[in-house]
Design a protein around this ligand. Structure first.
Ligand code: ATP
Length: 933
């Protein structure tokens, strides 16, 4: 219906009063839109999405493929080979083949890269923020894509604003708009402001804009524009694109490429000069040049870059299946080298399902029964149920619990669920168990102002109008207009109290009472409970915004509330796995020392007697002092986000590779500084997600460990196929160089055959090796140095050793085959020896692929079906190789000759020696390590 839809014309929303704006958009501040309105508007305005510009253009990705120095060298080889062929009057087959393979390789690289970019983009959209909105009179959580003009959305600190909107209500709202205006300082926003039409964007203080970040406060916002109609949508440059960074490994591969190309050019020069000197003239120059060209092609691992890209992309997919979402590709690799994981406690190591167990006031300690968020349970004193309303200080404390609270408790789909902070949810449940209901009390004592919670302040206060309610301790003469309720870390709240409530009396707090409260706090924390302190204060006037330090003083102490947040059952095992894997787990929490220590001990992160360092101690330490101790401390308590930054810096200066979790707005710097910044998918703020390398979709510590395992597997597999590919390249080069040296006429392998080997017979099995399942010991060994050279830990020596074995086998076969095919009476082409060399090299690589699956276990000890791709790749490649030597058109194209059954059997026999050699190497290594004990 036309009359039901809001105007589609451009409205200057900042000039309208909030009520007027609601009217224009036919919405309601209390109940928001109806489901039907939302459906209609979604159809009319489309989803709230920015049309992303593609990361890199198609042409740019394609062009990048040709920037590879190895491909450039191949093109050089093609040109020289074409000149040689044309001069001798033959068809420039090799040149055409090389060119087509260069082009094909570029296309393959292009397809893989654009797929990887798309996959990353899709993963990124998985992390699209959730927004709290009011619809049909209820608070609901929706994906930001589903917002429509007219929606009433709720903002709080840490949220990234998902659409443009007019403020309906705001409290201490500060928004960082640097993404839009370039202004780094957060802007303070007000709902009631009425502005001129020409007010510039940065001064429209009654509006919020998509893409900006709420730094502090809360607000209720009427969505005015979504998708491309937002201010952000207008600025095309602000569109976020997927970051396509080169991973450290890809960088190292580029360097490797340079070394190989340089090396092969030197080899070419040596062979040509050496040959000319040997013959004393230029008669064999062309043949030498051909040998050199083949060597140049042989040394380049043409298939490697593509295999690496695919491996990393597959790694991210496996990780997302295990609930770890990679936002930056290099993280896949870095994860494999993590030495220290710094984790938050609440929600990551614990379940974040809080249940209040104890309430402690001056006169009594109440036990509270019940499970989860169900408001069913009783208050007990000495195991006897009591009625909470009989205890006056308890009543006031419960009112503080539910009013100094931003969460909501709702009954949905047969269960009680909370929206907001679980700590606050538990307090609502506590109140409800005593019949103290938030809605009723919020009407009696409406909130007029607040000092919001932050991890630095570790407390929050709300100020309520007290016209309908006077605390029991007030006398008729007290000029009470407002009541302030404060909750937070007990030590901090107690410091700010001057009195305490005892029944219906106020008593000045003496030193003894303070010591008693702190002692009680320690006892509760020592049992692993998360403890909050509560206080209140009557006020005659409304305090100014930002006067928190002055106002939150002279408070009246009410009591302590202790809630249980049990450790996640899987976290203990994950910590043990880390220990076995040489990874140290460090707990960094805003919570109390004893709570932190108890939970850390339960999880095996700390041992009894281990030192716990507090935020206060960190404040007194220099970075150098922290650096000296940082390797010994496993628990940090009562820390603020800036301490996290110090800890990461100290760890990094000790050479540790640090993964660090964070969820708040102010955790962003520490997340950026860490080698792997990890944000929480469920409870994390958008700002922290934006700063992270990886997002835990389930907020679970065990997921970090799972991702680390995947990272290690990826890195091991990459090293495995580099060994595999480069070993064979060295074998090829040596074989080709040997032919003229031992006086065999002709080049054993043509450039075309070499390309075939490097791309197909090496490439396919290498791809299959990329999905090799993790070795059982992958989490039972220490992490590797991320700076280590690509040739470290025996990779370089393996390549040379295996390359030589390859060459020795093939040269032996080559010498025999040359003699055999040149013997009198041999009735087929004397060049058949070349096909035997070609085939032996290919088949030997199949044996190599099967044997290299494990460094330590023999092939017969492995389940052949645990990597079916490898079986498939080896079978397919062998068939393709046979087609090449038995199908006439392919024979012509690849210059091969058919082999007799005996010749083929001899090739198989020589190739099998390669497999045997690697298995013998494993046995030797085992024997050696057994001897060393
Ligand atoms: P972690 O850092 O492991 O997530 P945490 O939740 O204890 O643990 P913060 O969120 O920084 O860390 O909280 C610090 C302290 O502030 C808490 O230990 C608690 O005493 C207090 N606190 C937490 N939430 C609130 C809240 N909603 N209102 C008032 N005080 C709070």
């Amino acid at each position: 219906m036309a009359s039901d839809s809001p105007p589609d014309s451009v409205v200057a929303w900042h000039t309208l009063e909030a009520e007027k704006a609601l009217e224009v958009l036919q919405s309601d501040r209390e109940s928001g839109l109806t489901t039907q309105q939302v459906t209609e508007r979604l159809a009319q305005y489309g989803p709230n999405e920015l049309v992303e510009s593609a990361g890199r253009s198609t042409l740019a990705i394609l062009w990048d493929q040709f920037k590879n120095i190895m491909l450039l060298m191949l093109m050089g080889v093609a040109v020289v080979s074409a000149i040689l062929d044309l001069r001798s009057g033959s068809f420039p087959k090799d040149a055409i083949a090389i060119t087509s393979i260069v082009v094909l390789n570029a296309i393959l690289g292009y397809v893989q890269e654009s797929r990887a970019e798309k996959a990353l983009a899709a993963l990124k959209s998985l992390a699209s923020p959730r927004v709290r909105a009011i619809r049909d009179g209820k608070i609901v959580e929706v994906s930001s894509k589903e917002l429509v003009p007219g929606d009433v959305m709720l903002l709080e600190a840490g949220v990234q604003v998902s659409a443009d909107g007019r403020l309906i209500e705001a409290s201490n709202l500060q928004v960082r708009e640097s993404a839009l205006t370039g202004e780094a300082q957060p802007a303070t926003k007000h709902a009631e402001t009425h502005l001129q039409e020409e007010t510039p964007l940065g001064d429209r203080l009654n509006l919020v804009f998509q893409g900006t970040e709420v730094v502090q406060g809360r607000a209720t916002v009427l969505v005015t524009n979504t998708g491309m109609k937002t201010e952000l949508g207008h600025i095309a440059t602000m569109l976020q694109s997927v970051e396509a960074q080169e991973t450290p490994l890809q960088e190292r591969m580029t360097q490797l490429g340079n070394v190989l190309v340089g090396g092969s050019l030197v080899l070419v020069a040596l062979v040509v000069i050496g040959g000319v000197i040997r013959t004393g003239n230029f008669s064999t120059f062309e043949e030498l040049l051909e040998v050199s060209l083949s060597m140049a092609v042989a040394v380049v691992p043409e298939g490697l870059p593509a295999v690496i890209t695919v491996t990393l992309a597959l790694g991210t997919q496996r990780m997302v299946r295990r609930q770890a979402l990679i936002r930056k590709l290099p993280a896949v690799e870095t994860l494999g080298s993590v030495t220290t994981i710094c984790s938050d406690k609440t929600g990551t190591l614990t379940q974040n399902k809080m249940v209040v167990q104890l309430v402690d006031t001056e006169r009594h300690t109440f036990r509270v029964s019940g499970n989860g968020y169900d408001p069913v349970g009783e208050f007990q004193l000495e195991q006897q149920a009591v009625s909470p309303e009989q205890y006056l200080e308890l009543q006031t404390l419960l009112i503080a619990c539910i009013l100094c609270n931003d969460a909501t408790l709702q009954y949905e789909k047969d269960q009680w669920v909370i929206f907001g902070d679980p700590t606050e949810g538990a307090l609502l449940t506590l109140g409800a168990k005593a019949g103290v209901d938030k809605a009723t009390w919020a009407r009696k004592l409406p909130r007029v102002s607040e000092f919001p919670f932050s991890s630095e302040r570790k407390r929050m206060s709300v100020i309520c109008e007290a016209s309908d309610y006077r605390p029991i301790t007030a006398t008729a003469a007290d000029p009470i207009q407002y009541l302030m309720f404060t909750k937070g870390s007990p030590e901090l709240i107690l410091e700010r109290c001057t009195h305490m409530q005892v029944g219906d009396r106020l008593e000045p707090l003496n030193a003894e009472q303070r010591a008693e409260v702190l002692d009680q706090n320690n006892q509760m924390a020592g049992r692993g409970l998360r403890v909050l302190g509560f206080a209140y204060k009557p006020l005659a006037t409304l305090p100014a915004e930002g006067s928190d330090a002055a106002t939150e003083k002279g408070l009246i102490w009410l009591g302590l509330v202790g809630m249980l947040d049990a450790p996640r059952p899987e976290a203990k095992e994950a910590v043990a796995r880390c220990r076995a894997a040489g990874i140290r787990v460090v707990m960094i929490t805003g919570d109390h020392q004893l709570t932190a220590q108890t939970i850390a001990q339960e999880l095996g992160i700390a041992q009894p007697g281990d030192r716990v360092v507090s935020g206060q101690e960190l404040d007194r330490m220099s970075l150098q002092e922290l650096e000296d101790q940082v390797d010994q401390v496993s628990v940090y308590a009562r820390v603020s986000p800036e301490h996290k930054l110090q800890i990461v810096q100290a760890l990094k200066r000790r050479g540790r590779v640090v993964a660090m979790t964070g969820d708040g707005v102010n955790d962003a710097p520490a997340l950026k500084q860490a080698d792997i910044g990890i944000a929480m998918g469920i409870t994390g703020t958008d700002v922290s997600k934006e700063a992270s390398d990886m997002v835990l979709l389930d907020d679970n510590f065990a997921t970090i460990v799972a991702a680390t395992e995947e990272g290690r597997t990826v890195y091991t597999n990459i090293r495995r196929f580099i060994k595999y590919i480069l070993g064979s390249n060295i074998g090829e080069v040596l074989t080709i160089a040997a032919a003229p040296l031992i006086g065999l006429g002709g080049v054993p392998l043509s450039p075309l055959q070499i390309l075939w080997m490097n791309l197909v017979t090496d490439g396919l099995p290498a791809l299959a090796l990329a999905v090799e399942p993790p070795e059982p010991n992958v989490m039972n060994r220490p992490p590797h140095d991320p700076q280590e050279s690509i040739f470290a830990r025996g990779l370089g020596s393996y390549m040379i050793r295996v390359g030589i074995v390859f060459a020795v086998l093939t040269i032996a076969l080559m010498t025999w085959a040359y003699g055999y095919t040149h013997a009198p009476g041999y009735d087929r082409s004397p060049d058949t020896w070349k096909t035997m060399v070609f085939t032996t090299l290919c088949l030997a690589q199949m044996g190599h692929a099967i044997a290299i699956r494990s460094n330590v276990r023999l092939t017969i000890e492995l389940n052949p079906f645990s990597n079916p791709y490898l079986l498939g790749a080896v079978t397919l490649t062998t068939i393709l190789q046979l087609l090449l030597i038995y199908v006439p058109p392919l024979q012509n194209f690849f210059d091969t000759f058919w082999l007799s059954p005996l010749e083929l059997a001899i090739c198989f026999g020589f190739s099998a020696l390669m497999f045997t050699w690697i298995e013998l190497e494993k046995l030797f290594l085992r024997w050696q390590s057994a001897r060393r004990g």
